[in-house]
Design a protein around this ligand. Structure first.
Ligand code: 5GP
Length: 189
């Protein structure tokens, strides 16, 4: 998506460890017009697939997933990373290694909000090694829900997760695909 690629080029900052910082428009301050355009594009890509629920993980996936849910007229569920007092004890769980923080999180989704009648679109802000996507797919599997595919804002193709999951048959649509990224700059596929 041209608009997103241009913003990444003008405002993205490459950090050590293959991390891209996009806090000025996606991850901290959010350009809501850009986010809406991205959600419309995701809706177009998955039109006719019968999606009735969107699943993401807190915190950085929520903004785009919520906007996509609004555009696609379906509810959005986000996996929680910590057990708060108001989450039910009856949860689907998946253990996921965090790419940016290096720690392991237990993703949790209440069994009330995902079931075998759901056709789920998974949405996340970044795709790197694929760990977050695998965790969310696993939670859908536990619920017996069908995963229609995944929509990602920014895929770092050189980190391999996307190719691995596509080879397993998961449909992944990424709005920007970064082929390489160094201090000197980045290149899209
Ligand atoms: P994966 O699980 O595919 O290795 O990484 C995806 C998750 O890690 C996303 O949920 C995202 O929040 C975070 N992440 C991975 N790479 C980056 C990055 O370059 N920049 C930012 N801001 N987050 C990232």
């Amino acid at each position: 998506m041209k608009e997103l690629e241009e913003r990444i080029l003008s405002e993205g900052r490459v950090l050590p460890g293959g991390v891209l910082k996009v806090d000025g428009f996606l991850n901290h301050m959010i350009d809501t017009t850009l986010l809406h355009d991205m959600a419309v594009e995701i809706s177009r890509l998955f039109e006719g697939c019968g999606v009735n629920k969107i699943l993401t993980v807190e915190a950085s996936g929520i903004a785009l997933a919520g906007m996509a849910g609004f555009v696609m007229r379906c509810p959005m569920v986000f996996a929680k990373k910590s057990r708060t007092s108001n989450i039910s004890a009856d949860v689907y769980t998946a253990r996921v290694q965090s790419f940016t923080h290096g720690n392991t999180n237990m993703l949790m989704v209440s069994k009330s909000y995902l079931s075998d009648s759901d056709k789920v679109l998974i949405i996340d802000d970044f795709l790197a090694t694929g760990a977050a996507l695998i965790g969310l797919r696993d939670i859908c599997c536990q619920a017996g829900a069908e995963v229609v595919g995944a929509a990602i804002s920014i895929e770092k193709v050189f980190q391999g997760g996307g190719d691995r999951l596509r080879s397993e048959g998961l449909r992944i649509e990424s709005l920007a695909r970064i082929a390489s990224m160094t201090d000197a700059g980045l290149e899209f596929c």
